[in-house]
Design a protein around this ligand. Structure first.
Ligand SMILES: [Zn+2]
Length: 246
């Protein structure tokens, strides 16, 4: 294929835009800010679980305290009833002894229950402090997540800006290249996954960084300036300049 030597130079500008676009796409795929969001989101989920666990523990203790309060109330009511019977003087001596024994045992029972209640109240206080702490931790993680998301979005917007700029620049350069040469370039670019042309600089293909051997170099040297020559190694169009070392 033949193409104007000057037009072939334009392929280097096109390749530069493709390199920039490839780098931007790579940066978008491997964005550290996105990985940071994932890490912070993971932490936030863990802390949200901690809140649920702490709240469940506190609720269980509250229920237990209520149950004990009800038990104490039952014992108190029973003791009051027994006391009333005793005070009425309408019971036999045997009943009186029984009632007195029962009252003693009820008093012990009430005291036991109140001790348990006290212990539970202390546990509840600790549990409620843990709930407050878990809430604070989660709030902190949420704020950190928002900040991380903002940083990621800023980085993505930056990449989108750069991509739009380089796409416009690429379109402008591509518009100055004739269709057959551009089609060849694009076909090679698809094959290499990067660029379709490279400068021949100091006898080296700048696309694959392989130095041309004597035979290849002679072929390029002897080729018409308007002939499209390609790297035998990577297939790219070799663009000849004053620095090619021919
Ligand atoms: Zn090459």
């Amino acid at each position: 294929m033949k193409a104007d030597h000057f037009e072939q130079q334009k392929l280097l500008e096109l390749a530069a835009e493709d390199v920039a676009l490839t780098q931007l796409a790579h940066r978008r795929r491997t964005l550290p800010e996105a990985a940071a969001v994932e890490a912070v989101a993971d932490k936030e989920r863990t802390l949200a679980d901690d809140v649920v666990r702490a709240e469940t523990a506190a609720r269980d203790l509250q229920r237990e305290v209520k149950r004990l309060e009800a038990d104490v109330e039952t014992v108190r009511a029973r003791a009051a009833k027994d006391q009333k019977l005793l005070d009425s003087g309408s019971v036999s001596a045997k009943q009186m002894t029984d009632l007195q024994h029962e009252l003693q045992s009820l008093t012990r029972r009430q005291s036991d229950l109140e001790d348990q209640e006290l212990e539970l109240m202390e546990q509840l206080e600790t549990a409620e402090a843990a709930v407050r702490e878990a809430h604070a931790g989660r709030e902190e993680a949420r704020a950190a997540l928002e900040r991380a998301e903002q940083l990621r979005d800023d980085a993505l917007a930056d990449i989108a800006d750069g991509t739009a700029r380089h796409e416009a620049a690429r379109a402008a350069v591509a518009g100055a290249i004739t269709a057959p040469l551009l089609a060849l370039y694009d076909r090679i670019r698809t094959q290499t996954g990067a660029t379709g042309a490279a400068m021949l600089k100091a006898r080296q293909c700048q696309g694959c960084r392989i130095e041309l051997n004597g035979r290849e170099l002679a072929a390029v040297r002897n080729a018409d300036p308007h002939e499209v020559v390609r790297c035998e190694n990577c297939g790219r169009i070799l663009v000849r300049t004053a620095e090619s070392g021919l």
